[in-house]
Design a protein around this ligand. Structure first.
Ligand code: UDP
Ligand code: MG
Length: 338
């Protein structure tokens, strides 16, 4: 397999000042959401372990097995024989956002690093993240340098999505930033205190605020297997994000209705007066049919938009847990060498 290359490789020496943790901080947790990543975990876990030892902090690696159908749980649980490794098995596939939430809830470190299990998020970057954290950043998030590796659909879709998402708000969700990030304990606690069930994490990170530093990186290609985020899943994620973080579509529906109704009313009045005063017969079957279908279309779209929001309300009101844990393995923090 091809291992990812960090753009800004941090020194891995024992005296690496760059990775000195902030005063008073003693521990770091790494959370890896995994859905069918057995092959990748075999490479990632030893790599990550070496990197965490080199930080001279206490550490833990939390693998969240999101209902995998391959050996992911077995591979992760084998590592749980060693201290510092933990594995949380969810009872089925709940999706990446839920898996991340499960990992964040379990993490005990003074900082938590989230990274994908497919080696796209190069673990070497963790040293740079810790250095930024030591320098006072409360969030250090990795930002893709460019997205040329992605399909045209994903690029255009993502641009459109962020334009719609950030159309009106007091906080902006950064483009090209994913879940690969380090967060201080304060930030993790703030995230965990958010009660909502629809967890569009990229929005929630932005919502909680805090001093954030961006770290440019180039993601490596997926090591093994293939991405589960196909077009359908991405569209669903986008709708989740939009309904969770915007209300302007609802207002847009009212405005569109108003903009169509006022001229329609004026035209209706004109036609009626024309007929009553001048006896002009109403004509134009085609116009009637076309405009009827146009307005019905607009109406159904509007109902659909409102329906999306109502569906979210329904999800929230049911109050079901975000995920169900089958079992947990492994012990907590490993003690650093120093
Ligand atoms: N993932 C997960 N649950 C899912 C889908 C994905 O935990 O239902 C994990 C997956 O194992 C990987 C990460 O989320 O560690 C990113 O997934 P993927 O590589 O498929 O997405 P992409 O890199 O295309 O965004
Ligand atoms: Mg991936």
């Amino acid at each position: 397999i091809r291992l990812p290359q960090a753009d800004t490789p941090a020194p891995l020496t024992d005296t690496a000042v760059a990775s000195a943790p902030p005063a008073g901080a003693r521990s770091i947790s790494c959370v890896i959401p995994c859905f069918n990543e057995a092959a990748n975990l075999r490479h990632l876990l030893p790599l990550l372990e070496d990197i965490l030892w080199a930080t001279h902090m206490r550490w833990e690696i939390i693998v969240v097995d999101d209902g995998s159908t391959d050996d992911t749980a077995a591979v992760a649980e084998a590592w749980c024989e060693l201290s510092g490794f933990r594995c949380i098995s969810l009872s089925r596939n709940f999706g990446k956002e839920a898996a991340l939430t499960a990992g964040l809830a379990a993490a005990t470190g003074d900082a938590v690093v989230l990274l994908d299990g497919d080696l796209q998020h190069s673990p070497e970057l963790i040293h740079t993240m810790i250095a930024q954290w030591a320098a006072g950043a409360e969030v250090v998030y990795a930002v893709r340098r460019e997205r040329s590796d992605e399909s045209r659909f994903k690029q255009v879709g993502s641009r459109l999505f962020y334009n719609l998402l950030n159309a009106s708000d007091r906080f902006a969700v950064p483009r090209d930033a994913g879940d690969f990030r380090l967060m201080d304990r304060k930030v993790v606690d703030a995230l965990m205190s958010l009660p909502e069930r629809s967890r569009f994490m990229k929005g929630l990170y932005a919502w909680v605020g805090f001093r954030a530093v961006a770290l440019p990186y180039t993601p490596a290609p997926r090591a093994e297997g293939k991405s589960t985020f196909n077009a359908r899943r991405l569209v669903r994620l986008a709708i989740d994000g939009l309904t969770a973080f915007t209300t302007w579509p609802l207002r847009a529906v009212s405005v569109a209705g108003l903009m169509l109704a006022v001229p329609a009313f004026a035209y209706g009045a004109y036609v009626a007066i024309d007929y009553l005063l001048f006896g002009n017969e109403v004509s134009g079957w085609t116009t009637i049919v076309v405009s009827l279908m146009f307005f019905i279309g607009i109406q159904m779209i509007s109902t659909g938009i409102v329906g999306e929001y109502i569906a979210r309300i329904y999800e929230e009101v049911k109050g079901r847990p975000l995920y169900v844990v089958r079992h947990e393995r492994g012990t907590g923090l490993e003690t650093g060498k120093t």
